[in-house]
Design a protein. Structure first.
Length: 359
């Protein structure tokens, strides 16, 4: 039996989509939204690229060959710097390890998750991302600081990254992306025949103002996590003025059959740097909303997959989409129990109030 999908369009910031059976009662959020619901603004889809790609986050140092522990490079890291004049929440960004071709185009990438949450980088501040493999995850922050003679603090100047470790023998790189998948910066090591990882040293990178965000290799120096010496004199990039809110356009199916898979598709764009796109999922059986971050694919579309186990026996599915153009003054909220948004204005006020409460 197919179940008809009833849509609720909340312009720009939140596009709320409710899949429900014909006899299902509208949720409180749906009832409050109905009077103000309106079609999304007329735009070209797929959307054009944003106007601004300023490299607000940049890579200043990579250490691929570090002091050892139990025969393994135990203290590898990549140092990133907030190159803008506004605070940035690291939760709005992610890091990938890059496997490049000779022409520096990536042949593949692997996302390495940051397990330390709620880090905020002040303007000009650095964050050291400690790349920890299975063999070294038992080491502590004190061990890292002892290895380099530093006093970094997890959650402020140091973040933990779960990974498999850096290659010492071939060219590799890192890229920083927004949570929605837009590249902010990229840097390579062991490039052009430089045996960077053959030395117990840090590969230093020059700052850049280029839209592509490529940090060029500047040379080797003693590891200096948290210093970003090559960026000391770089002018801060002006934060883009507040533009319009992100636009979302849902292209999901109009029906679903309980017990079968459901693939949701959406477009999203912003007139600046789109920080994140999330989908909030709950249903008549699992009523606590859970948020999932979405990353655009190679053609720029955002997708989410629900398995048959997620739809079997469900009479209604609630799947609002959220787009975020950035809340730089505080980490993005993780309140998963904030139920279906009534109106765009209320959603924005709630998020702003929660952000202010955390500052």
């Amino acid at each position: 039996m197919s179940v008809t999908l009833r849509r609720l369009a909340v312009a720009s910031l939140v596009a709320a989509v409710t899949l429900a059976g014909p006899q299902a009662q509208a949720t409180e959020g749906a009832a409050a939204t109905a009077a103000s619901a309106a079609p999304l603004p007329t735009v070209v889809w797929p959307p054009p690229e944003p106007e601004r790609y300023d490299p607000v986050l940049q890579i200043s140092e990579i250490v691929a060959n570090s002091p050892n522990y139990d025969g393994t490079d135990a203290f590898e890291y990549v140092e990133v710097r907030n190159a803008s004049d506004g605070a940035l929440a690291w939760d709005d960004f992610r890091i990938r390890y890059v496997y490049p071709l000779a022409d520096l185009n990536p042949i593949s990438t692997v996302e390495w998750p940051t397990t330390t949450q709620d880090i905020v980088l002040a303007p000009g501040a650095t964050l050291v991302l400690w790349i920890r493999s299975e063999a070294t995850r038992g080491l502590s922050v004190a061990d890292f600081n002892a290895a380099y003679g530093t006093a970094l603090v997890e959650g402020e100047t140091l973040g933990m990254v779960d990974a498999s470790g850096l290659s010492n023998s071939v060219m590799r790189g890192f890229e920083i992306l927004t949570d929605s998948g837009i590249q902010a910066a990229r840097a390579y090591y062991n490039e052009d025949g430089n045996a960077d990882a053959a030395h117990l040293a840090g590969v230093q990178y020059a700052p850049t103002e280029d839209a592509g965000g490529i940090n060029a290799r500047e040379g080797l120096a003693a590891p200096s996590p948290g210093v970003a010496a090559t960026h000391a004199d770089a002018a801060l990039i002006a934060t883009a003025p507040q533009g319009r809110e992100p636009r979302l356009r849902d292209e999901s199916p109009t029906q679903f059959t309980p017990g079968t898979t459901l693939d949701l598709e959406a477009w999203a764009n912003d007139d600046g740097l789109l920080h994140s796109v999330e989908i909030e999922v709950w249903n008549n059986r699992d009523t606590a909303p859970v948020r999932h971050s979405l990353t655009k694919d190679e053609i720029g579309k955002f997708r989410f997959h629900l398995s048959g186990a997620d739809t079997v026996g469900r009479e209604s599915l609630h799947l609002p989409l959220h787009g975020d153009g950035g809340q730089p003054s505080a980490p993005r909220t993780r309140d998963h129990r904030d139920t279906c948004t009534r109106t765009r204005g209320l959603a924005h006020r709630r998020r702003t109030q929660r952000s202010a409460a955390r500052r």
